[in-house]
Design a protein around this ligand. Structure first.
Ligand code: FAD
Ligand code: SF4
Ligand code: SF4
Ligand code: SF4
Ligand code: SF4
Length: 405
C-alpha cells in the first residue's frame, strides 16, 4: 500500500492525481514490458471518451486524466480486434467492470490473461455522456459545451466551465434521475483487486492529497511493474499513511452499503415472480432486435448466436419474440458482470442490464457463484466452446451444454 506519483512533468500536468498510472505505462512501453497499452483519451470533448492503442510512449500524455463520462468496456475490444492478446503483450487501464470482463472472457479462453497487465482504477461510478449533457444543462444551468473539466470529489459532481465552477451532491442529482448510470449505482466492484495494481484517490491524505495516487499492489506482475518504474526513476513512492488506510477502508465500506441500497431499491421496483416477468415482457416488447446488446456484452461472443436461429426467434418480425431475451437471460444471467453496456447502448432504452443483474443476483444466492471476481467457472460451464463447436460441426447437433453428462 503506497502513495505514488510520476516524475514526468508533462504527464503530471494532465494527470488526475499525480500521474502514477500514465507514468507506469510510460515505463512499461520504454522497457518493452508490453508491446502496447490500451487506454482512454479525450476525443472531441469530455463527453467523448475514446479507446486508443498506444505503442509510442510520447503519445501517452494525452491519455492522462479521468473521464467520468467514459463508459466504455475494454476487454471485448481486445478479443475482437487484438486476437484476445494471443501474441501481443498489452497493458490496460481498467475500471472494476473492465477487470471483471477480462476474467469472464479469460475463463472462456477468449483472452490470454498471461499477456495482459491491468492497472485498475477505483471507481465510484461513471455518467452516461448523453445524460451528463442534459444534467449539466438542466441541473447546473450551464451550457455543456462550455465545460472543460469535470471531476467527482467528496460526493459531488463538479464542473469547471467558461465563467466559473459548480458542484452538486451526487445524492441530490440521483434523487432527480441524474448522476451515475443505474448499473454503477448497484456496482460493488469499487477497488479492482483482480488487476495487477489498484489505484485511486481514496486514502491519500496529508500533503500528498490530490498530488498522488494510492496504489495497492495486487500481484507479482504488478509489483514487478512498479519496482521497474521506481528503478527507472519514472515513479516515486512513499508508504501510505496508516490513517489513510483507515479512511480508504471506510469509504470502500460505505460504497458497498450504497451499492446494496441501490440494489434493494432497483430490484424491489421490478416486483416479484410473475409480476416481474410481466414487467420484463412489457419493457422488452419495444426491442427492435438491433443486436447491440449482444454486440456490446463481454459474455456474448458466440460464433453462431442462438438468437439468429429462425426456429427460435422469427426473423424480420416486430415485436421481437420474447424468446430473444429468454435466450440471452439463460445464457448470460449466471455470468453477467453488471457492466451496463447492454442498457446504455440499447436504442430503445430498455433497462436490459437491470433485468440481467436482477437475475444474476438471484442465481448467486442459489449457487454461490459471483462472476468476475475470480477464475471460478460459472455453474453451467460444463463444455469447452471450441470442443463443442467441433462437435457441433461434426455431428450437426446444436446442443451447447450437455448438463446430464
Ligand atoms: P492518470 O495518470 O491520470 O491516468 C488515468 C488513467 O485512467 C489513464 O490511463 C486513462 O486513459 C484512464 N482512464 C480515464 N478515464 C477512463 C475511463 N472512463 N475508463 C477507463 N480508463 C480511464 N478513484 C477513487 O479513489 N475513487 C473514485 O470514486 C474514483 N472514481 C473513478 C471513476 C472513473 C470513471 C475513473 C476513470 C477513475 C476513478 N478513480 C477513482 C480513479 C482516479 O480518478 C484516478 O484515475 C487514479 O487515482 C489514478 O490517478 P493518476 O493520476 O495516477 O492517473
Ligand atoms: Fe465503475 Fe462499477 Fe460503473 Fe464499471 S460498473 S463504471 S466499475 S461503478
Ligand atoms: Fe433489442 Fe435493445 Fe438489444 Fe437492440 S439493444 S436488440 S433494441 S434489447
Ligand atoms: Fe454487461 Fe449487459 Fe452483458 Fe450483463 S448482460 S455483462 S450488463 S452487457
Ligand atoms: Fe452466445 Fe447466447 Fe450471447 Fe448469442 S445470446 S452470443 S448464443 S451467449
Amino acid at each position: 500500500m503506497l502513495y505514488a506519483w510520476t516524475t514526468d512533468a508533462g504527464i503530471k500536468e494532465r494527470a488526475e492525481l499525480g500521474g502514477a498510472v500514465t507514468g507506469l505505462w510510460k515505463y512499461a512501453l520504454e522497457a518493452k514490458v508490453v508491446d502496447a497499452v490500451l487506454v482512454i483519451k479525450k476525443g472531441k470533448d469530455l463527453y467523448d471518451a475514446q479507446p486508443v492503442l498506444i505503442s509510442d510512449p510520447e503519445e501517452l500524455k494525452e491519455t492522462a486524466g479521468s473521464l467520468h463520462c467514459g463508459t466504455l468496456l475494454l476487454p471485448k475490444l481486445i478479443k475482437k480486434y487484438l486476437n484476445g492478446a494471443e501474441k501481443m503483450k498489452i497493458g490496460v487501464t481498467v475500471k472494476g467492470c473492465d477487470a471483471m470482463g477480462f476474467y469472464e472472457l479469460a475463463k472462456r479462453k477468449q483472452i490470454n490473461l498471461d499477456n495482459i497487465i491491468m492497472i485498475g482504477v477505483n471507481c465510484g461510478g461513471s455518467v452516461s455522456p448523453v445524460l451528463a449533457r442534459k444534467m449539466i444543462s438542466d441541473k447546473f444551468g450551464v451550457d455543456p459545451n462550455t465545460v472543460h473539466k469535470e471531476e467527482i470529489d467528496k460526493g459531488q459532481f463538479i464542473i469547471e466551465y467558461e465563467g466559473g465552477h459548480k458542484g452538486i451532491s451526487i445524492d441530490e442529482l440521483e434523487e432527480h434521475g441524474y448522476g451515475r448510470r443505474s448499473n454503477c449505482r448497484r456496482c460493488k466492484m469499487k477497488v479492482p483487486r483482480q488487476a495487477d495494481l489498484a489505484c485511486g484517490n481514496w486514502g491519500v491524505i496529508g500533503d500528498k492529497a490530490g498530488k498522488a495516487t494510492f496504489v495497492e499492489v495486487c500481484s507479482e506482475k504488478g509489483a514487478k511493474l512498479l519496482n521497474g518504474a521506481i528503478d527507472a526513476k519514472i515513479i516515486e513512492t512513499q508508504p501510505a499513511n496508516p490513517k489513510g488506510l483507515e479512511v480508504r477502508a471506510k469509504i470502500e465500506g460505505a460504497m458497498m452499503k450504497l451499492g446494496d441500497k441501490w440494489r434493494k431499491k432497483d430490484f424491489e421496483a421490478l416486483g416479484h415472480g410473475r409480476e416481474r416477468l410481466k414487467m420484463i415482457m412489457e419493457e422488452t416488447s419495444r426491442c427492435i432486435k438491433c443486436y447491440e446488446c449482444i454486440d456490446q456484452c463481454p459474455i456474448c461472443y458466440c460464433v453462431e448466436c442462438s438468437t439468429k436461429k429462425p426456429y427460435l426467434v422469427k426473423p424480420g418480425v416486430l415485436p421481437t419474440d420474447f424468446m430473444f431475451h429468454l435466450i440471452r437471460f439463460s445464457h448470460i444471467a449466471d455470468s453477467c458482470i453488471n457492466c451496463g453496456q447492454c442498457e446504455e447502448n440499447c436504442p430503445m432504452e430498455i433497462p436490459n442490464s437491470l433485468f440481467m443483474h436482477a437475475q444474476q443476483v438471484e442465481l448467486e444466492k442459489m449457487f454461490g457463484h459471483t462472476p468476475g471476481v475470480s477464475m471460478e467457472l460459472p455453474i453451467l460451464a460444463l463444455v469447452d466452446e471450441k470442443e463443442e463447436r467441433d462437435r457441433l460441426i461434426g455431428t450437426g447437433s446444436d446442443q451447447m451444454y450437455d448438463i446430464f453428462k
